[in-house]
Design a protein around this ligand. Structure first.
Ligand code: SF4
Length: 378
């Protein structure tokens, strides 16, 4: 079981981002939000019933590294009072490089250590200043490198960095150079995402106004292949469409999402899942959230068909794949057993058998969505 805590504050907005967050560095506003979060924690302490201790904790955003260390400590005290964290295996905090190298960076990292944070996820996105400016990131390539070294010096032995490819203006040579810099730093984990037009992002507005055009699919596919080849060659194993890790350093928290284990999402816009069929979500507005923390804005009960489709989609996005028995137990689709469809897809080279699973060959992971939807039931 995992807990996700959403910190919906940023110092500025990144061009491509559609996550719910507000531009706010005002500490009284942060404190008021944390008070609401603590009320939600107290109200939802029975979310996991008696299913056992929490294994992973993840602070994401927004920008958790904007919070003052005492506010982070406050949240952790409340979490410890509400949940059994005695067997926590992974405690991740997302950070912005600029916050790590800022004047308050040392105190922040010291605070993280005291709280038991054992994994840092840092949004680097690129090691090219021109691209960082286009993305409206706060940091430079040099400050990202400095931040990484500072994290290491502070004793963090499990660091993940995020990178972005597949945007207009990124040449193959520049992408290769960013990958080379990532490899040289040697983080334990690398997540790499293709830039997309999130409807809530400034980039989508730019595209609608004719000021941005996405690169061709073939160019994005070529950069994805470069990513796979480069990281595999240097010892990072791909375990999901966007995620690569050194042996033993896969993200336990995110892996729980992909295997449909229960998680509790706390804070504005956070989603929760009971591990079976019930999902709920908090309002994507700090103002609305603070009116009634702990009262989800909505919920849905997944049908048997929704659950099956989710198992297939999440499973096939991982390198392990989806259990063959899951496909074999599925109902007929359009008058045909789904296992026959899957066997046909193996013959076409869209799926391969691996142990007890079907999986998508690595060379086809870039187009996995079109493959996965052929196995959806109605
Ligand atoms: S990418 Fe991160 S830092 Fe940038 S706007 Fe989105 S949440 Fe904020």
């Amino acid at each position: 079981m995992g807990i996700y805590v959403h910190i919906p504050f940023c110092a500025s907005f990144c061009t491509y981002c559609g996550f719910y967050s507000e531009v706010c560095r005002h500490q009284p506003a942060h404190s008021a939000y944390i008070e609401a979060l603590k009320r939600e924690i107290a109200l939802r302490k029975d979310f996991f019933c008696s299913s056992g201790p929490v294994r992973t904790l993840y602070f994401g955003g927004g920008t958790p590294s904007l919070l003052a260390p005492e506010l982070m400590a406050d949240i952790c005290d409340a979490l410890r009072a509400g949940f059994d964290l005695s067997q926590l295996e992974e405690f991740t905090v997302e950070v912005n490089p600029e916050d790590v190298v800022s004047a308050g960076g040392d105190a922040m990292l010291e605070g993280f250590k005291k709280l038991g944070v054992n994994r840092i996820s840092m949004g680097v996105q690129s090691f090219c200043d021109q691209h960082l400016r286009f993305m409206n990131r706060r940091h430079t390539a040099a400050s990202a490198v400095d931040a990484f070294k500072k994290l290491r010096a502070a004793g963090f032995g499990n660091i993940s960095i995020d990178l972005i490819f597949g945007f207009a203006g990124l040449t193959d040579a520049e992408w290769r150079s960013t990958l080379g810099q990532a490899v040289a730093l040697g983080p334990e984990h690398i997540s790499a995402y293709q830039m997309s037009l999130d409807p809530n992002s400034a980039l989508a507005d730019m595209a609608a106004a004719g000021k941005y055009a996405e690169p061709a699919d073939e160019s994005c596919a070529a950069q994805y292949a470069m990513l796979q080849e480069c990281l595999e060659r240097h010892g990072w194993h791909q375990y999901e469409i966007s995620n690569f890790a050194r042996e033993g350093f896969h993200s336990r928290h995110n892996s729980a999402y992909w295997t449909r284990r229960p998680y509790l999402g706390l804070g504005a816009a956070a989603h929760s899942f009971d591990g079976d069929a019930l999902r709920s979500w908090n309002p994507a507005s700090i103002e609305e959230y603070m009116k009634a923390p702990g009262v989800p804005e909505g919920s849905e009960t997944l049908s048997a068909s929704d659950i099956f489709n989710e198992q297939v989609m999440l499973g096939l996005r991982t390198v392990r794949g989806v259990e063959r028995k899951t496909i074999e137990a599925a109902p007929y689709v359009k008058g045909r057993p789904l296992s026959e469809t899957a066997a046909g897809m193996v013959a076409e080279g869209l799926l391969e058998e691996s142990g007890s699973c079907y999986r998508i060959p690595r060379s086809r992971l870039f187009v996995c969505d079109s493959i996965i939807e052929r196995l959806f039931t109605d």
